[in-house]
Design a protein around this ligand. Structure first.
Ligand code: NDP
Ligand code: 2IT
Length: 445
């Protein structure tokens, strides 16, 4: 397999799609060896077929705001690959959303979903709609208009969207309501649903909990755990909240959270009522993190900076892509970080990953670390199919086991001769092999 040749072709076909090209390059570099060992992949054109989405739906989303003004946003669904199960992946509502970002997320989702061991293909969707500062009614009207197009190509056995940045329980409710109205069906077409109408317990916490379960497995390989460890977290959304909660349960001390405006440093630790306050901050719809310091004055707000300059043992980037660069990685290493586990999708740049891996820091990529979110979505789909609802302890126990298994798989495929585990390679190879073999079995499609 010639990575450079494939990449230069893709760059020509999709110029300027930076995030998508970044994600594809990382995977191709990891799977080069296994592709060379398995020439049947090449003759079946597996890579050429894998790097392009099956299809992309783009649509306009007109909606009327509270002042009676008509607004038009762009909506998308990228159905990437359904070799091992129905298309599955979240919806992101954020002004930065474009095709490159959704293609990177959809591509990553293929391997992530494969790692969970559940039957789910890869997809992603969303809109450049900015939920910031919008009223509840505006959010509802937008979601309804979005679903008026999306419903045509999704279904419980076809494509099952969920949440991501800017899409939580409230948005899933409005989207689901409209789907139900249009199809006359109450069915598992979305995950992250409310508990009273088909949702699963533990799904809201699952991504963050899963990320910490995974990081704990990484620490165990060095005979360590979370007890007494200082943890830097970025973001203050759904994933960050779950991660902060679980770190506290395991005896760690979280000293940072962040937003687009800067980060909060709380030397006393973010625990108890402060975690509850995170939920309030999120629901304020303002997306700024600074008010935390009005509520808890011992904490400091550091404007326009990221938390990676703080001394910590464990770093959990849980906000967004490319939020941890080379200099940040160098700072973390200088300050003695032991483990960096990505709660967000692709938060570390390739240069940052190189720094961490060269310093032999425990480092694992989002597609492994944050797979607990979509895995629990898969468990929600199972419960919907069976028309029953599992207790939270049962879902949590399954989630935990899935994360332990993913970690084992990463070690299996990523352990180097010197004993260092390259989790990037491990996750990419383990995720890829299952999908590639399924594509071989299913013929050229
Ligand atoms: P949320 O919308 O709940 O939270 C994201 C928050 O982070 C937003 O408030 C956003 O603010 C803020 N944010 C955006 N950019 C930055 C930044 N550079 N620094 C700090 N904060 C920032 O999203 P989630 O918690 O669901 O998602 C976070 C990450 O986790 C994303 O990468 C997502 O793809 C990933 N993920 C989510 C899963 C889920 O189940 N929800 C599952 C697996 C992965 P603003 O809008 O102002 O930019
Ligand atoms: O990035 C992700 O894995 C998600 N946003 C969750 C997707 C899902 O279908 O639960």
């Amino acid at each position: 397999m010639e990575v450079e040749k494939i990449m230069s072709n893709l760059e020509k076909k999709h110029p300027g799609e930076v995030e998508y090209l970044q994600a594809v390059r990382e995977v191709l570099e990891s799977i080069e060896d296994v592709c060379n060992e398995n020439p049947q992949f090449e003759s079946a054109g597996i890579i050429d077929r894998l790097v392009e989405p099956d299809r992309i739906l783009t649509f306009k989303v007109p909606w009327v705001d509270d002042n009676g003004k008509v607004n038009v946003n762009l909506g998308y669904r990228v159905q990437f690959n359904n070799a091992i199960g129905p298309y599955k992946g979240g919806l992101r509502f954020h002004p930065s959303v474009n095709l490159s970002i959704l293609k990177f997320l959809g591509f990553e989702q293929i391997f992530k979903n494969s790692l969970t061991s559940l039957p789910m293909g890869g997809a992603k969707g969303g809109s450049d709609f900015d939920p910031k500062g919008k009223s509840n009614n505006e959010i509802m009207r937008f979601c309804q208009s979005f679903m008026l197009e999306l419903w045509k190509i999704i279904g419980p056995e076809t494509d099952v969207p969920a949440g991501d940045i800017g899409v939580g329980g409230r948005e899933i409710g409005f989207l689901y309501g409209m789907y139900k109205k249009l199809t006359h069906e109450h069915t598992g077409v979305l995950t992250g649903k409310g508990i009273n109408w088909g949702g699963s317990l533990i799904r809201p916490e699952a991504t963050g909990f899963g990320a910490v379960y995974f990081a704990n497995e990484m620490l165990k390989t060095k005979g360590l755990d979370f007890k007494g460890k200082v943890v830097a977290v970025s973001g203050f959304g759904n994933v960050a909240w779950g991660a902060v909660t679980k770190v506290n349960e395991l005896g760690g001390k979280v000293v940072t959270i962040s937003g687009p405006d800067g980060y909060v440093y709380d030397p006393d630790g973010i625990s108890g009522e402060k975690i509850q306050y995170l939920l309030e901050l999120r629901s304020s719809n303002q997306d700024i993190v600074k008010p935390y310091t009005y509520e808890f004055p011992n904490a400091q707000f550091i404007q326009g900076k990221r938390p990676w300059e703080v001394k910590c043992d464990i770093a959990l980037p849980c906000a967004t892509q490319n939020e941890l660069g080379k200099e940040d990685a160098e700072n973390l290493v200088k300050n003695g970080v032991i483990c960096v586990a990505e709660g967000a999708n692709m938060p570390s740049t390739p240069e940052a990953i190189e720094v961490l891996q060269e310093a032999k820091i425990l480092f694992a990529p989002g597609k492994a670390v944050n797979a607990g979110g979509v895995a629990t979505s898969g468990l929600e789909m199972s419960q919907n199919s069976m028309k029953l609802s599992w207790a939270s302890a049962e879902v949590d126990q399954r989630l935990h086991q899935i994360m332990v298994n993913i970690h084992e798989n990463c070690v299996k495929y990523g352990k180097q001769p010197d004993g260092y585990v390259n989790y990037v390679k491990g996750a990419n190879v383990a995720g890829f092999m299952k999908v590639a073999n399924a594509m071989l079995d299913l013929g050229v499609l």
